[in-house]
Design a protein around this ligand. Sequence first.
Ligand SMILES: [Zn+2]
Length: 370
Amino acid sequence: MRGGSLDIFLDLVRIDSPTRREAEVCSWCAAALTELGFTVEIDDSASITGSDTGNLIATLPGVQCDATLILSAHLDCVDPCTGVIPSVEDGVVRSEGPTVLGADDKAGITAILVAVARTVGSAGPRPNLMVILTTAEEAGLAGAKALPPHAFDGDVCLVLDAAGDPGSIVVGAPTHYTFAARFLGVAAHAGIAPEKGCSALEMAAQAVCAMQLGRIDEHTTANIGRIEGGTATNVIPALATITGECRSLVRSRAEEVRAAMDRAMRTAAEAVGGIVEIEWSLEYEGFVVAEDSSELKLVSEACRDAGFNPTTFTTGGGSDGNIFAAAGVPTFVMGCGMQDAHSINEHIAIQDIDGVAGIVSAVIARMAKG
Ligand SMILES: [Zn+2]
């Protein structure tokens, strides 16, 4: 690893790392962290996630400090992300071709590497550091979900993976349920013997109409994402499928909305005379950090130390942060300055990466003080 944050970032975005093909960028990071004195482990998650590598877990013992800081980011990028050609103009990096830039989440990886390199290069106390770079975050947090238990052995976790300026801190994310439902009716000729049929599409339609969707309350959302069914205009449809989801920052509300959606589907199937099979999945648990938490105070003060105004907010989306928080680690998902992520207009100002690295360094310094 050579050069400053811009060089590191450009090196990283030039390495292809679509979801489940993170091996090359993982080796690059492993080499950089080894050079900095970390012990690097690649966990056994590849067989679970289907990636060509496990998650990277790198540890460095602290100096005169027992606390452990986890710094995490993800290795994969959303498509289209192969053959990225970065260009730099006025301190802003974009991708020249028809790809995303990959600042999501290579800006986060860069900020971590720059901050830990600075720490290793300076004398004085520091906390135990654990750098965790995950695979397949963009595929439902698959890598983080497969981390071994010792990956959660930290006192504070910073996940460097949010939109928003340096200093923005995600302090809450929802519990997220998804479902796939199959309505089963009876096929019959629509003109000759409709009495013999039972329409699966009618069940699905009634179910969707009975659901409360969109933003249900301040903390809660629900959606039907896809509906499919039927074969021909003259056939009563025997099968219809729908997929959907609900999310809430309030755990009990997520359960209530899940139950209401489930009930709407079962009631509709019964009313039309068919049956429904519903498969629910808990994608991840939500978290909300208490406003008076000492860890939030520490991270906010560190933002100020680095010259940024801390701004806390909650999000409707999930991240690896949900997995660390669910494991009981006080977790903050930090704004990294990435703009228009998940689009080919994605870009980032290099000074924002430096700013986030400064915040990470300040968190390290504050934890070292105890
Ligand atoms: Zn991301």
